[in-house]
Design a protein around this ligand. Sequence first.
Ligand code: DQA
Length: 145
Amino acid sequence: MKILVMNGPNLNLLGEREPSVYGDHSLAAINERLKECAEKNGAEIDFFQSNHEGSIVDKIQEAYGKVDGIVINPGAYTHYSYAIYDALLAVSVPAIEVHLSNINRRESFRRISVTAPACVAQIVCHGFLGYMEAIDLLAGGGPLA
Ligand code: DQA
């Protein structure tokens, strides 16, 4: 089982960016925890972050046939990227969308996710634990198996 964890724009600034909203862990520190979580599940894990929509689309396309599950936080692209939505549908790799914050209780534009309908599940408002839950779901069987 190979899992790809993808993060979109501005998530490279985790730890410094609005810590009251997104927490005070850096992306590197979160990824360390995710590595342990993947090991526990006997899964291989790879990480990708980009501030650019096309690079995210390219990486999703590369995952076709090579990756068994995608954990994706598309950042602000969540709310308007039909290109990422189409890429997720095109590769048909099971994907779980994760948001650190509660997108349903913030600005109204954040309530819409155009990418979630291409995913098998969405986890919101659990901070970085949401990424771990997504890995457990993809690798550990349970409701998605
Ligand atoms: C986010 C929520 C998005 O609305 C925002 O643009 C982000 C982070 C989250 O993890 O809560 O960059 O995806």
